[in-house]
Every structure is written in structure tokens, then in C-alpha cells.
Design a protein around this ligand. Structure first.
Ligand SMILES: *[C@@H]1O[C@H](CO)[C@@H](O)[C@H](O)[C@H]1NC(C)=O
Ligand SMILES: *[C@@H]1O[C@H](CO)[C@@H](O)[C@H](O)[C@H]1NC(C)=O
Ligand SMILES: *[C@@H]1O[C@H](CO)[C@@H](O)[C@H](O)[C@H]1NC(C)=O
Ligand SMILES: *[C@@H]1O[C@H](CO)[C@@H](O)[C@H](O)[C@H]1NC(C)=O
Ligand SMILES: *[C@@H]1O[C@H](CO)[C@@H](O)[C@H](O)[C@H]1NC(C)=O
Ligand SMILES: *[C@@H]1O[C@H](CO)[C@@H](O)[C@H](O)[C@H]1NC(C)=O
Ligand SMILES: *[C@@H]1O[C@H](CO)[C@@H](O)[C@H](O)[C@H]1NC(C)=O
Ligand SMILES: *[C@@H]1O[C@H](CO)[C@@H](O)[C@H](O)[C@H]1NC(C)=O
Ligand SMILES: *[C@@H]1O[C@H](CO)[C@@H](O)[C@H](O)[C@H]1NC(C)=O
Ligand SMILES: *[C@@H]1O[C@H](CO)[C@@H](O)[C@H](O)[C@H]1NC(C)=O
Length: 486
């Protein structure tokens, strides 16, 4: 019984080992880089074992040339008259040949990779195809001869040898192949491209073309659609007090008083990582409606300390004051998105493809000021009301968006409907509002009772800059001041 169990465990372990060794097999594609002799790993190309290749899936395999198909040989066209120049692709493949990887050709619909080295031509059934993942790689065949020393971006067969091809000369009699795919065994002066010709014989050439992959220099994530209904909090929201402030009207007239509260918090954004996208590239982001978001470095979590201002505006009768607490929720949330990724290349070319992912964002949400009861400055007793207190304040005139690191929001708290802002637009620094048709008895507070408020001191809110200006005038000015502070 025990023995049987042991046996079972051993089998499971064996299975795991096999599984691991299969998935960790190195099918990464190396390309020559400008960084010394250290090849880079391509993010967009990979060697795909033919056993994993399902022609029904629309995977892109790098093509190295074409084979002309003579009439009659091609059955796919019933009406031969309509048949265009029939060409069949020749795919780039590699096979282990005398214990080294050698590049060669897999003809369309054939299931063998034909390679050669040292005069020995062989076709293998176990081989790998060069896959262009999601069609994201930009590949080209660049001229090579012995004067080309280190072709940047050249695709390696394994570690040092390169994927190459020889262009079939028109002078050869009735050539069927456009190119012979093979291996450049060395990039040094006496390098030679070795390939199998269409008659199955090894040939070599001192010049030809190398397969080159060009990596983009930056990305553009455009037409981003955030799927807000699928938004999810990763951690519970944490309620946070951003600042406490007391706003007072020491003037002679009823007035709108503004107080700019600044606060700093950690803001983080992460657009995720994906295969076939190069980490570390500068990326611009544009929402579907055209709004630009701040640039990011792809694949990196972008963290910064953000300082923002929230402009609290309250209407106060002379000789009164109110305490305001600015509250918010700190959230860590994620939201799925779809977008178009545009790769920009050094030569100005672009390639685009649709992608989807999940955006993670840590930020402050639901920023709301909470107003205490309005009280008399002279005796700290709560101003009595004759009408029910307001239950809500006006929503902020701007909302939190991750577009800037410095922004201003404001809310005007009006104990009572006071008419429109145009009434107060032509104001001077004396914070005097044209007298409204109301008296002190119309002012409200939250509980109405004539409470005695003790310990009323001069609150010196570090976080809030006092402003005696009207909100319309104040906002840009405050921003200016705050910019200088931060
Ligand atoms: C591909 O699709 C065809 C028909 O749809 C099917 O007969 C064949 O088995 C599929 N091949 C693989 C490898 O799934
Ligand atoms: C292939 O066929 C086309 C058209 O018949 C011809 O122009 C071309 O020379 C042929 N051979 C090659 C190697 O392209
Ligand atoms: C604001 O006041 C509350 C209670 O009165 C206190 O717990 C909190 O620390 C204060 N916050 C700031 C930012 O001053
Ligand atoms: C990203 O952009 C910044 C400024 O636009 C530039 O200084 C930096 O070199 C770029 N980084 C990369 C990896 O291109
Ligand atoms: C675009 O959408 C974002 C979020 O969906 C929104 O915050 C922003 O105001 C919109 N911009 C425009 C110009 O509609
Ligand atoms: C963002 O990147 C684009 C393209 O590299 C650049 O033109 C733009 O100035 C950058 N914007 C910021 C705010 O750095
Ligand atoms: C943000 O501020 C905290 C302390 O307030 C500091 O430890 C951290 O390094 C800052 N981070 C950045 C990105 O400036
Ligand atoms: C914070 O989030 C909780 C739960 O999502 C919500 O009930 C509460 O109203 C939020 N706080 C603020 C200040 O909006
Ligand atoms: C507090 O002072 C105001 C005028 O400054 C007065 O109207 C009010 O009755 C006083 N309240 C108390 C409880 O003394
Ligand atoms: C207003 O704030 C001051 C200073 O923080 C405090 O002493 C006073 O009790 C507060 N008043 C009310 C009505 O909350």
C-alpha cells in the first residue's frame, strides 16, 4: 500500500519535471545588438517547435522566399485560367544538425526542415519554425557581404550563427526558388552563407542577405478604452483625512471665501506587461476620446508623490466661521482595457495592432469636504438656523484624472442658495460680495443648536493657503502660487 503510494508520487514528480523542462526549453530568439557582443532576446520572435504548430491557428511564420509552382501542380485553383503566378512560401526553420542549430527551409505544406552544414544535407522532422508573435516583429532581409561587420538586429540561429539567404540568380536556368535559406556561420571576414539549393545540394555564397529584426524605439498606446464596469478594488478603500481647515469671515460683508487645500499622496500606475511588447520603451497614452495621459515607460510601475490642490469655497456672513475637513478614499484598483498599440521605429515607420490588458492604479478618490456647523467668531456659539441644513455640497467642478500631477478642484459650500457667480465676478481683494438680500437669520448650520464652541484658536492649517479672493479670480492665481510652492 505504502509502496504503491510512493510509486504514484514518484510518477507525478517525473511528470512535473518533464513538463518543466519542456516549458523552459530555450526557444527565445537572439538578435545582435549594439551592446558589445551580448545578443538581445527578441520580444517578438520565437522558435516554435513544429509539434506545437497548428496551421489552423493564425500564427505568423517568417517567410524567406517563394517557390514557383508550375501549372498543374497547383490544385488549389480549379480554374487554371484565373490562376495568378502561383507561389508557395518557403518558411524559415532551424534543426539540430550534428549537434548545432542550423537554419534552413520548410517548404509550404511539407513537414520537414532541410538544412546543411559541412556538405551534409539533411531533412529533419523534428525542427522549429521562426514565429513572428502576433505579427508584432518588423523583419527585413538586409544585404550582407564580408565588409558588413556586425549587422545590428541580425537574427541568430542559436547564439552566434545567423539566419541568411541567397538570392537565386535569374541567370540560372528555370529557377523555381526565389531564395535559398541557410546559415551564415560567421560574421568575420571569411564568413560564408551555406544553404541547400533546389536540387538538394549544398552551396555557399560570399554575399547575400541576413534576416534582421528592427525593434521599435517607442510605443503609442492609443484609443484606450477602459472597461469601467469591470473595475475591481484590489484592496479595500481606506478613508483618509487630507486636511482640516477653519474658514472665517472677519470682514464687514457676507462673502464667498476660498481656501486652497493642498495635499500629497502616492500615485501609482501600471499598464501591465505582455509578451511581444518591449519593456522599458517610452510610451504615450491616449484615451479613445482623444484625452492624453502622462507618458509611461512600458512594463514599469510608475510611482510618484503627487501634490494637488482642492479649492474649498464657502459663503459666510461677517463674523462667522466654519471648520472644514477634506476627506478622501485611498484606493488600489484595476480595470481592464483594450487599445491599439502603435510601434514607432527609428526610420519613422509604424506598425499597429490591437492589444488588451489590465491597468492598475493607486490613487485618491471621492475627495469631499465635510463642513462643520457655522459659528460666531465672537462667542463660538453655533449660528442658529431657521431652515433645514444643507445635506450635500455641490460636486467638485473638476474631477481627479491622472492627467496632471498638479491640479485644482473646488467646491462652493453655500449655506443657502445665493444667486449666481456673475453677481460676484467684479470683486476686489477686499473679499466683499455685493450684499445679498438676506440677513443673518437665514444662515444655516448643521445642528441649529446654540452650542458653545470652546478652544477656538487661530487654526494655522499648513495644508491650506488662505485666499480672500473670489473663486473665479482665485483658482488660476492659487495654482500659480501653489506651483511655486511645490
Ligand atoms: C485543422 O482544421 C481541420 C478542419 O477544420 C481539421 O480537420 C484538422 O484536424 C485541424 N488540425 C489541427 C492540427 O487541429
Ligand atoms: C517564377 O515565376 C515568375 C513568373 O512566372 C518568373 O518571373 C520568375 O522568374 C520565376 N522564378 C523566380 C525564381 O522567381
Ligand atoms: C484632522 O482632525 C482630525 C480629528 O479632529 C485628526 O484626527 C486628523 O489627524 C487631522 N488631520 C490633519 C491632516 O490635520
Ligand atoms: C524617454 O523619453 C525621455 C524624454 O522624452 C528621454 O530622455 C529618454 O531617453 C527616453 N527613453 C528611452 C528609453 O527612449
Ligand atoms: C475622456 O474620457 C475620460 C475618462 O473616460 C474623461 O475623464 C475625460 O474628461 C474625457 N475627455 C473628453 C475630452 O471627453
Ligand atoms: C511624451 O512622449 C512624446 C513622444 O515621445 C513627446 O512628444 C512628449 O513631449 C512627451 N510628453 C511629456 C509630457 O513628456
Ligand atoms: C514620496 O515621499 C516619501 C515620503 O514622503 C518618500 O519616502 C518617497 O521616496 C517619495 N517618492 C518619490 C517617488 O518621490
Ligand atoms: C469611501 O468608500 C466607501 C466604500 O466604498 C464609501 O462608503 C465611502 O462613502 C467613501 N468615502 C468617501 C469620502 O466618499
Ligand atoms: C454670539 O454672538 C452673536 C453675535 O456676535 C449673537 O447674535 C449670539 O446671540 C451670541 N450667542 C450666544 C450664545 O451668546
Ligand atoms: C474647529 O476647529 C478648531 C481648531 O481645530 C477646534 O478648536 C474647534 O473645536 C472646531 N469647531 C468645530 C465646531 O468643530
Amino acid at each position: 500500500m505504502l509502496r504503491q503510494k510512493d510509486c504514484h508520487v514518484a510518477l507525478v514528480l517525473l511528470g512535473c519535471v518533464i513538463f518543466l523542462s519542456m516549458t523552459t526549453a530555450d526557444n527565445s530568439v537572439h538578435i545582435l545588438s549594439k551592446y558589445a557582443h551580448q545578443p538581445l532576446t527578441s520580444t517578438t520572435l520565437r522558435w516554435l517547435p513544429v509539434a506545437h504548430y497548428n496551421p489552423n491557428e493564425s500564427k505568423q511564420i517568417v517567410i524567406g522566399g517563394f517557390e514557383n509552382v508550375s501549372d498543374g501542380e497547383d490544385e488549389t485553383y480549379a480554374n487554371q485560367a484565373e490562376k495568378p503566378e502561383a507561389r508557395r512560401p518557403l518558411y524559415v526553420c532551424r534543426a539540430m544538425h550534428s549537434s548545432v542549430w542550423v537554419a534552413g527551409t520548410q517548404k509550404d505544406k511539407e513537414k520537414v526542415c532541410t538544412v546543411t552544414i559541412h556538405g551534409v544535407v539533411q531533412s529533419y522532422e523534428k525542427y522549429e519554425l521562426l514565429e513572428n508573435i502576433d505579427g508584432a516583429a518588423r523583419t527585413a532581409w538586409d544585404h550582407w557581404d564580408r565588409f558588413v561587420q556586425s549587422p545590428l538586429g541580425a537574427v541568430c540561429v542559436d547564439k552566434t550563427w545567423l539566419v541568411a539567404r541567397h538570392m537565386v540568380s535569374k541567370n540560372e536556368k528555370d529557377p523555381r526558388y526565389t531564395h535559398y535559406i541557410g546559415t551564415l556561420s560567421s560574421t568575420e571576414n571569411f564568413g560564408t552563407i551555406v544553404y541547400v539549393n533546389e536540387n538538394g545540394k549544398e552551396e555557399s555564397a560570399k554575399a547575400g542577405e541576413l534576416l534582421v529584426e528592427t525593434e521599435p524605439i517607442r510605443y503609442e498606446l492609443s484609443a484606450v478604452k477602459l472597461t469601467w464596469p469591470k473595475q475591481r478594488d484590489i484592496k479595500p478603500r481606506i478613508s483618509r483625512i487630507l486636511s482640516n481647515v477653519t474658514i472665517t469671515n472677519h470682514g464687514m460683508e457676507p462673502s464667498d471665501l476660498a481656501e486652497a487645500c493642498t495635499y500629497t499622496y502616492k500615485y501609482a500606475i501600471y499598464w501591465g506587461r505582455r509578451h511581444a511588447i518591449l519593456n522599458g520603451l517610452n510610451t504615450t497614452i491616449t484615451l479613445a476620446n482623444g484625452t492624453s495621459l502622462p507618458n509611461i515607460t512600458w512594463g514599469m510601475r510608475d510611482e510618484k508623490n503627487r501634490t494637488e490642490a482642492y479649492n474649498v469655497v464657502v459663503f459666510l456672513e461677517p463674523g462667522t466661521g466654519v471648520n472644514v475637513t477634506l476627506k478622501a478614499n485611498y484606493t488600489d484598483m484595476e480595470v481592464p482595457y483594450t487599445a491599439t498599440l502603435i510601434s514607432h521605429y527609428e526610420d519613422g515607420a509604424t506598425m499597429s495592432r490591437p492589444i488588451s490588458g489590465t491597468r492598475q492604479e493607486e490613487t485618491l478618490l471621492d475627495i469631499v469636504p465635510e463642513f462643520g456647523p457655522v459659528y460666531f467668531l465672537s462667542n463660538y456659539s453655533v449660528v442658529p438656523t431657521t431652515v433645514p441644513p444643507p445635506t450635500t455640497t455641490e460636486p467638485p467642478t473638476t474631477t481627479v484624472t491622472p492627467t496632471t500631477t498638479m491640479q485644482s478642484q473646488e467646491t462652493t459650500h453655500r449655506p443657502r442658495q445665493m444667486g449666481n457667480a456673475a453677481d460676484t465676478a467684479d470683486h476686489d481683494e477686499n473679499m466683499i460680495v455685493p450684499p445679498k438680500k438676506m440677513d443673518a437669520s437665514n444662515m444655516q448650520n448643521d445642528d441649529g443648536g446654540p452650542l458653545s464652541l470652546k478652544n477656538k484658536g487661530d487654526y494655522s492649517g499648513v495644508a491650506c493657503a488662505k485666499s480672500s479672493l473670489l473663486t473665479l479670480v482665485a483658482s488660476p492665481l492659487l495654482l500659480l502660487i501653489l506651483h511655486r510652492i511645490t
